[in-house]
Design a protein around this ligand. Structure first.
Ligand SMILES: [Zn+2]
Length: 242
């Protein structure tokens, strides 16, 4: 599995970081977790096929996780017509807003598979035989979720945005072996994760959603951490192979 950290900023773009989006490549398919930046441009820029995108999953309805999606669905609706991704948002209101936006554009409209998973969470929200995505409710917003992504026998956790690790880091995952945990570090010091990481067997942590004032703390923690998990401070377009 290849993972590209397309955008790693906190709530607003910075000079060297764009808002949240992460791309998974597995089984010849592409999947995106959040689309706060224009990820479709990166798919094009890196020579990948938009038609290879089989799923887009949003952790919550904040602009820094969502704002690139209208551009993606616009292009899928009139140009990349062989693309047929499943697009899962946490709220029905978000789905309706996206469909309304597509209708408002003076382009040909095509039905896309846009739907809400909120009614099903927590639980498996997607499984195409290549990637399985399980959602866990968090307390950042009324509709926020963490995701567990499973493919090729690997387990990857995306925390999405949290209230605090001591409150809403998914307890269902304590004791689970995790190849990678992608953890936000915008809302609390990264050290606050240490007690919950100890409850799990995590190989590598990537800190993303990096808030500038907390970046030195994240770098320091990564340097100090000599036992598992290995900690990496993510940056835009960083690639990782699992
Ligand atoms: Zn956020």
């Amino acid at each position: 599995m290849e993972i590209t950290f397309v955008g790693t900023a906190h709530g607003i773009p910075e000079k060297d970081r764009r808002c949240s989006s992460t791309m998974l490549e597995t089984g010849g398919n592409l999947y995106l977790i959040d689309m706060g930046c224009m990820a479709v441009e990166d798919i094009r820029r890196t020579g990948k096929q938009v038609a290879s995108v089989k799923g887009v999953f949003l952790t919550h309805m904040h602009g820094d996780h969502v704002n690139g999606l209208p551009s993606f669905v616009d292009l899928c609706s009139w140009y990349f017509t062989s693309a047929d991704p499943v697009i899962l948002l946490p709220t029905e209101q978000g789905c309706e807003a996206l469909k309304t936006w597509i209708r408002a554009l003076d382009t040909q409209e095509r039905d896309l598979r846009i739907s809400s998973y909120g009614g099903f969470a927590p639980g498996v929200i997607f499984d195409d035989g290549v990637l399985k995505v399980t959602a866990f409710k968090t307390q950042h917003t009324v509709s926020s979720h963490a995701f567990l992504c499973e493919a090729e026998g690997k387990h990857v956790l995306f925390t999405g945005d949290l209230k605090h690790p001591s409150v809403d880091f998914p307890p269902e995952l304590f004791g689970t072996k995790m190849d990678l945990a992608v953890c936000e570090t915008a809302h609390f010091p990264p050290e606050d994760y240490l007690p919950v990481w100890k409850k799990m067997e995590i190989d590598t942590v990537v800190l993303q959603h990096v808030q500038p004032r907390k970046e030195p703390l994240a770098e320091d923690l990564a340097k100090r951490q000599t036992i598992s998990p290995r900690i990496v401070v993510g940056y835009d377009m960083m690639r990782m192979t699992l």
